[in-house]
Every structure is written in structure tokens, then in C-alpha cells.
Design a protein around this ligand. Structure first.
Ligand code: BES
Ligand code: ZN
Ligand code: ZN
Length: 462
């Protein structure tokens, strides 16, 4: 947790943010000043010395906040596991960004280690010595908590995180003020005739869930809600169009990254008491080739009555999202945003350093989201969204087919989804950055929680 400290306690670990001059704090030995002067004269961005067990870090002040967050990560990698507190001496947004980077880097997923306690970082407090607004500190703490939650969900394997379990984890958000969670079970989903979600679930023994999270503060700025939709495929084997194992299926516990993103985003917004009315819809199931699994060639009637010819059961995300997007129409939203680990094509196009964004909402709204992406370094690249692409998901025997042509797979998937939404719509394909096989600084390895910080920045500025 980041907190406001009143004074530095002697022998404590400390990070100094250094501009052109070094300002020491009471209790720091004078030899540190000499070291600081050398650091200022050098080209190094970060450095540290050890006085016995004590760590003294130096970080060059930088207007580029991402540099400060990454410096926070570097601090975490050097600091000992046993350190319980780290003081930060430095002012303003750069100190907050350093603290944020450090807090995000302190994440570990140790649940399945027998000796987890031995591996665990002991850091409890990141203590800011300069004065800050309490609100600025608590926003980072709340958002980081939601990012941790989101990463945990993505990192949880199917052996724990089935669709009903995911719903249960989201249900726990109800302890936050003005936030309610309703979980629709299979029976209810059948009554509602959510054909897409039910079709994907046919091969599974676990029941599907459809979770509705509403955050409604007393005086929201928006009259009509913003609806968030997240793809909750708790595992994607590909179904009958089975994926190859190596390199393709093995990371597919992360296919509920969109659900983790959107549930995490509304959780953070509620903890941060943002004055926006938000509703998140989370359709969830695994996708397997079991029992009565849907097959290529099947024609499915979706929630809104649209018929879809299934040509690839591995294009399941759009099947379950379509029902949720159609459901959003009943909520009369002013904006609908979805997030999904939807296509390999999005990864092929721009890799893991950014997500694809596209949609029919006005360009100012999309620009605002892109700007938030730059602010928090969860960047977005906008794809074209011309209607020509929609031709590729028209079927010869049904209203739509769930497979586009050879090219532009992320866009044809987006066009498929657009068919179901009546409100201004933005689609985020987070297939690249949602899950990482190797460490990328404070984002870590495994589930990144991408989108949570992005959306909270967007909501704060909305
Ligand atoms: N979950 C995958 C997409 C994915 C790929 C996410 C790589 C993360 C990393 C999705 O359900 C899928 O299988 N998409 C297919 C669609 C195709 C059959 C039209 C794909 O992208 O190959
Ligand atoms: Zn798939
Ligand atoms: Zn998938």
C-alpha cells in the first residue's frame, strides 16, 4: 500500500527522486550526498547503494511518467524480499508514478506454491515523505487492487476458475458501496435464449454464467449508463476446431482477460467513487469439444434473433459477446465498450505492446480513450472500421457467419460484434497484452490486468 508518511525512520530503505540538486532527508548519512552528486553527473537513470542492509535508491526525475513507473519496477527487482517499507522522497506526479510502478511490480501469484511464504515479498508500505492529496494516493491504491484482482483471475487455471467460480469472485465486489452484482445461471440464460453463450457451452460440463455488475452512485454525471462487456471464456480449447497444444492452447486460461478487465474496471471505479453510472456484462463459459459440442456448420439463433452459421468453433468469443452486446440494448446506454482476447490477428497486427481499438462511437470518444491509453501506457492502435469489412461475415444460409476472410481478422470480428449493438460502440481487442509469457517490467509475467488502468483514466476524464 502507498501511504503518506510523516517522517523518515532511520535506517529505512529509501528512494530519492533527484532533479538537478539533491535534497537529503533527516537521518540519512552524509556519504549518501556524495553518491548522489556522482549520480546527478552521470547518465544513469537509476542507481543504488547499500549501507549494510539498507538500500538507498536514486531515480532521475522524469516528466515521462512511464519512465518513473519502470524505475519503480527496477527498484522492486533490487530491493530485498524481506524489506517491509520503502520511503520515497520526491514531489508531485513523478513520485506517484514511481510509487505506482513499484506497487504494480510487487504483485506475485504464489497460490499454488507449497513454499509460497518463503517466496513472498514482504513489502507492506510504500511511504511518501512529501505531501500529497489523500485522494491521489487512494486512487492508485484502489486501481492497483483492481489490477491485482484482474491478474489473479487471468492467472487462475480452469481447474479453479470455472464460469460459476468467476461469477462468485465478481459477486464479492458487492462489499463496495453502490455496487450490485446479479448472476444469471444456466436456467435463466436458457429462458432468455442466449443462443451464442449456450452454443459455446454445449461441450462443457460446467454451467455458463452471465454476470451483471452495476455501479450506480448517487449523482452520476451520465443520465444513460456506460455499458462494459468482457469476454469470459475461462478456457478456450478451440472446441471441435481444436487448437494445437504448444504455443496456442497452453495460455488459453487467459481467454477471460476481457472479463477480468471489465469487472476489474468497474470494481476500481466503484472503489474510487467515480461519479459515473456503469454496468458491466460478463458472459462466461469454457469452450470445449465435449459431449454435445457445437460443430462447424451449425446454425445458431442468438439472443436478438440473428442467426449465425458457425464455421469455426474457435471463433467462440464473438458468439458469447454477441449475446451480451444485444442484451446491452435493453439498458439504453450512451456508450458500449467491450474488451476481449478476441483474435490472433490483433496480435499479428500490433503485437503485445498495445491493443486494437475500433468502433462506431464518435471519434472524440475514441480519441479520449486512446489518450488515456497513452497516459497510463496501456496503448491503443485504432483500426479502420469501414462497412466493407462487414461483407465478409455475411453467410449464404444465415444472417451472419462467425468467420471472416483470410485477412483483417480483428476487424471482421469487430464488424461481427457491431451487428448486435444499437448504441455508440467501441471494441477493444486485448489478445496481445492481456497475457505475457515473459516479464515486461511492472506488467509482470502472466496476466497483466490490462485495461483496468486504461478505463479508469478514461472514466476520470469522462
Ligand atoms: N481466444 C482466441 C484468440 C487469441 C489468440 C487470444 C491468441 C489470445 C492469443 C480466439 O477465441 C480465437 O481462437 N480466435 C481465432 C478466430 C478465428 C478462428 C476466426 C483466431 O484468432 O485464430
Ligand atoms: Zn477461440
Ligand atoms: Zn477465445
Amino acid at each position: 500500500m502507498i501511504k503518506q508518511g510523516k517522517s523518515y525512520s532511520k535506517d529505512g530503505h529509501i528512494a530519492f527522486i533527484v532533479g538537478n540538486e539533491f535534497k537529503t532527508v533527516e537521518g540519512i548519512p552524509t556519504i549518501v550526498e556524495e553518491q548522489a552528486k556522482k549520480f546527478i553527473a552521470s547518465d544513469d537513470k537509476t542507481d543504488y547503494i547499500k549501507l549494510g542492509e539498507q538500500f538507498i535508491f536514486f531515480v532521475k526525475e522524469n516528466d515521462d511518467l512511464e519512465k518513473m513507473r519502470v524505475a519503480g519496477y527496477e527498484t522492486r527487482t533490487k530491493l530485498s524480499k524481506e524489506a517491509k517499507e520503502l520511503f520515497i522522497s520526491g514531489k508531485g506526479v513523478s513520485a506517484l508514478a514511481l510509487a505506482e510502478g513499484l506497487a504494480l511490480s510487487n504483485y506475485q501469484f504464489l497460490k499454488y506454491f507449497k513454499d509460497a511464504d518463503k517466496k513472498r515479498y514482504q513489502l507492506e508500505n510504500i511511504t511518501l515523505l512529501d505531501a500529497f492529496e489523500a485522494k491521489d494516493i487512494s486512487r492508485i491504491n484502489n486501481t492497483t487492487k483492481a489490477v491485482y484482482w484482474s491478474r489473479d483471475m487471468v492467472n487462475e487455471p480452469l481447474s479453479y476458475l470455472t464460469a460459476p467460480q468467476l461469477a462468485k469472485e465478481i459477486k464479492a465486489f458487492e462489499s463496495v458501496e453502490n455496487l450490485t452484482v446479479k448472476v444469471l445461471d444456466k436456467k435463466k440464460i436458457e429462458e432468455l435464449k442466449m443462443g451464442g453463450l449456450l452454443a459455446v457451452n454445449l461441450g462443457s460440463i460446467d454451467e455458463p454464467t452471465f454476470t451483471i455488475v452495476e455501479y450506480k452512485p448517487k449523482n452520476p454525471k451520465n443520465k444513460k449508463p456506460i455499458v462494459l462487456v468482457g469476454k469470459g471464456v475461462v478456457y478456450d480449447t478451440g472446441g471441435m476446431s481444436l487448437k494445437p497444444t504448444a504455443g496456442s492452447m497452453d495460455s488459453m486460461k487467459s481467454d477471460m482477460g476481457g472479463a477480468a478487465c471489465m469487472a476489474g474496471a468497474i470494481y476500481a471505479a466503484a472503489m474510487n467513487k467515480l461519479d459515473l453510472h456503469l454496468i458491466a456484462l460478463i458472459p462466461a463459459t469454457d469452450n470445449r469439444p465435449g459431449g454435445n459440442a457445437y460443430v462447424p456448420g451449425d446454425v445458431i439463433t442468438m439472443y436478438d434473433g440473428t442467426t449465425v452459421e458457425v464455421l469455426n468453433t474457435d471463433a467462440e468469443g464473438r458468439m458469447i459477446l454477441a449475446d451480451a452486446l444485444a442484451y446491452s440494448n435493453e439498458l439504453d446506454p450512451e456508450l458500449v465498450i467491450d474488451a476481449a482476447t478476441l483474435t490472433g490477428a490483433a496480435v499479428a497486427a500490433i503485437g503485445q505492446k498495445a491493443s486494437c481499438v475500433m468502433g462506431n462511437a464518435n471519434q472524440e470518444t475514441i480519441d479520449a480513450l486512446v489518450k488515456s491509453g497513452n497516459n497510463v501506457h496501456e496503448r491503443l492502435a485504432q483500426m479502420p472500421f469501414w462497412d466493407d469489412y462487414a461483407e465478409e461475415v455475411k453467410s449464404a444460409i444465415a444472417d451472419l457467419k462467425n468467420l471472416g476472410g483470410k485477412y483483417a481478422g480483428s476487424i471482421t470480428a469487430g464488424k461481427f460484434l457491431e451487428h448486435f449493438v444499437k448504441s455508440p460502440y467501441i471494441h477493444l481487442d486485448i489478445a496481445g497484452p492481456a497475457y505475457l509469457d515473459s516479464v515486461d517490467n511492472y506488467k509482470g509475467k502472466g496476466g497483466t490486468g490490462v485495461g483496468v488502468r486504461l478505463l479508469n483514466n478514461f472514466f476520470e476524464n469522462y
